[in-house]
Write a protein that binds this ligand. Structure first.
Ligand code: MSP
Length: 653
């Protein structure tokens, strides 16, 4: 029996509603849990919400409610979303739960008693978005690279955790366990942070500034720093210190996060655990988690997903249109675990049609339809094996091995690609075997039996392997094949070479698993939505050609920018996609309606004037971050440009 598997997601802040990023991490944890259950392992899967700290206190204040009321409301949204996405977590933890407060308090006291916490004065650059002090080295141009904001310099007396004492021990552990942090790029990132040396960690906030937190047991004038509180949730959920689940699940603990919170999980957390072990006189090994699995970021149409850009992807909206199963498949297949990925609905539709409707859906319906047509739906006794049958069986065996390996190391996209290589091979096998020709000659009946039998067995294997990602589809397939339900541990049966379907068993008529999506309809719908947005009556004030005040004009931020790239957009003959240097941290993407007046190359290098604070809008699937000014001349549009070269980012008044 292998080690029980404990998987956690980050506990999400309750200052924003759940979006694609949160859904992705939680779906990955769900797929990993379902995979391990399928492999016969004991599994515990925990998610939850992180509810203390500045960020939440601020968000509640802005809405005129108490932090607790606010936390209850948003935490509820996360909790209710997960079943809708077919997430099977065993525990949903909240940092405002009474048992969690108790655990944080006892751990703080232990670490304090062991001498790893001291009181001192400190000044540093605090980023509220990250809820932590940034080192000079981490800031870029004086700003937080993740949030683009200038951290606030804070100086006050606080309690500190002696994190720096554990630098060498952590380095040694990472070097001795090369897959402690994976994929490797993140391990290297952490090692280079350790090379630069660690500072001690400020773990308190004075109540004069923040009361929304867990009291320090050794000083009632302070509350606990939100990360020290939050990370401990992973232990609380198992009933630390001596709950049954602690002994069973902690040795196989794996955390799942995105790259944004690498430092707290790869440095704060293991050093906290080392200190706790030291305080209890136990080896660090007893407390260190097994793996930290780190994935990349979902961007949307190449831009960072953010409320201010108006491009936040809501998972339920997509699940409602395309189905939860297709949505889960898409995110798992599309993102190479560890790297960033760009989301677009177009891509989702393309994958749906090619992988689900064409490859899997077609294979399933054509095999079952032939079985019903030629053998009354009964799985036949196979005739003698021929080389192409053996080849397909060999491939299925190799895929099964690859499937386990890649799932275990969190390379889910590779595991799926491998299953789809088998589906592709099976579709080819149908074409080459020509069951419709075999059926015409009674002498070839044993051959037809063999082909149909092997295809049914293969479909049963596919159903088992896709179950972690698409549980309902897998069960539907299993039901039609007469397999019954796919039980925990069934993967192990397949690996032992056990056939899942007995010859003579009756199958059912296949439903269409994934009806094709008409891409033209999707495009037409998107175009209609765009048109509607374009022709929406302008707000009243703008429609009236009245004078405006200088203050009103001042609200429009006009800036000089230089065109870096210009490209046509397929099937859109009026607009061009431009990237502009407007003197900001990152180039801006702007869609300009000048394609009938300029060739793209005429614009590259040209200085233009943009409306820089226009609300972003989506045009042909591209998020346009502003507008390029153009004069409407008798011969068409003429882009407005400063008469002399002007530094990018200059204001236009
Ligand atoms: N509360 C902390 C975590 C404490 S864990 C002890 C926190 N919360 S968060 O709400 O900001 O969640 C961050 C996590 O949400 C990321 O690590 C990732 O799992 C998920 N994602 C949020 N946006 C994302 C993307 N755009 N892309 C992929 N995942 C992202 O940090």
């Amino acid at each position: 029996m292998s080690q029980p598997f404990y998987i956690t997601t980050p506990i999400y802040y309750v200052n924003a509603e759940p979006h694609l990023g949160h859904a992705y991490t939680t779906i990955v944890a769900d797929v990993a849990s379902r995979f391990h259950r399928l492999a016969g392992d004991e599994v515990r899967f925990q998610t939850g919400t992180d509810e203390h700290g500045d960020k939440i206190a601020q968000a509640a204040q802005e809405r005129g409610v108490t932090p607790q009321q606010y936390a209850d409301q948003i935490s509820g949204k996360f909790r209710h979303l997960w079943p809708e996405l077919h997430i099977t977590n065993d525990k949903f933890i909240r940092t405002t739960d009474a048992d969690h407060k108790q655990v944080v308090t006892s751990i703080l006291q232990k670490v304090y008693d062991a001498g790893d916490i001291y009181f001192a004065k400190y000044g540093g650059h605090y980023c509220v978005g990250c809820e932590r002090f940034l080192t000079e080295h981490e800031m870029e141009g004086g700003k937080c690279p993740d949030h683009g904001t200038v951290p606030v310099y804070q100086e006050e007396e606080n309690y500190f955790f002696r994190m720096s004492n554990y630098t060498e021990q952590l380095k040694a552990h990472i070097e001795a366990h090369p897959d402690f942090i994976r994929p490797e790029r993140y391990k290297n990132e952490v090692l280079s942070m350790l090379e630069q040396g660690l500072e001690d960690l400020c773990i308190s906030r004075p109540k004069t500034r923040l009361t929304w937190g867990i009291d320090l047991p050794f000083d009632p004038n302070y509350v606990t720093y939100v990360w020290f509180d939050a990370l401990i949730n992973y232990l609380t959920g198992l009933g630390w210190p001596d709950g049954d689940n602690m002994a069973k699940f902690w040795p196989g603990a794996q955390h799942l996060i995105a790259k944004d919170i690498l430092k707290p999980h790869a440095i704060f957390w293991p050093t906290m655990l080392m200190s706790l072990a030291r305080a209890e006189g136990r080896p660090a090994q007893d407390y260190l988690y097994q793996h930290l699995n780190v994935h990349g970021y979902w961007n949307v149409d190449q831009a960072k997903m953010s409320k201010s850009l108006g491009n936040v992807v809501r998972p339920l909206e997509l699940a409602e249109i395309y189905g939860v199963e297709a949505f889960r498949y898409f995110v798992m297949r599309e993102m190479s675990f560890g790297l960033d990925s760009s989301f677009s609905e177009q891509l989702l539709v393309e994958r749906y049609n090619s992988d689900l409707a064409n490859d899997l859906g077609n294979l399933f319906s054509r095999v079952l339809n032939m079985l019903h047509k030629y053998r009354g739906g009964v799985v036949p006794q196979p005739g003698p094996e021929q080389p192409q049958d053996a080849e397909l069986a060999k491939l299925a065996e190799a895929v099964l091995a690859e499937y386990r390996r890649e799932n275990e190391r969190f390379s889910f996209h590779k595991a799926l690609a491998s299953v789809w290589s088998l589906i592709g091979a099976a579709n080819k096998y149908v074409v080459v075997s020509e069951p419709w020709t075999l059926d015409k000659d009674p002498a070839l009946a044993p051959r037809l039996d063999r082909v149909l039998h092997d295809l049914c067995q293969l479909l049963a294997k596919v159903a088992v392997m896709i179950r972690p990602v698409m549980p309902l589809t897998a069960e539907k397939m299993a039901g039609v094949l007469g397999l019954g339900s796919i039980e925990p541990g069934m993967l192990a049966l397949l690996e032992k070479g056990q056939a899942l379907l007995a010859p003579g068993s009756q199958t059912h008529q296949p439903p269409a698993l994934f009806p094709r999506i008409d891409t033209k309809k999707v495009q037409a719908k998107a175009a209609k939505a765009e048109q509607k947005a374009d022709t929406k009556p302008a707000p009243k004030a703008a429609a009236e050609p009245t004078e405006i005040s200088i203050e009103q004009f001042g609200q429009v931020k006009l800036k000089v920018a230089t065109v870096l790239t210009a490209e046509r957009i397929p099937k859109a003959d009026k607009i061009l996609k431009l990237t502009l240097d407007a003197g900001e941290d990152e180039p801006r993407t702007v869609v300009a309606g000048v394609a009938q007046h300029y060739a793209p190359e005429e614009l590259v290098g040209l200085q233009v004037v943009i409306v820089a604070n226009l609300k972003p809008a989506k045009l042909r699937g591209i998020t346009s971050q502003g507008m390029v000014l153009a004069a409407v001349g008798p011969d068409g549009l003429c882009v407005v440009s400063p008469s002399k070269p002007t530094p990018v980012g200059s204001q236009v008044r």
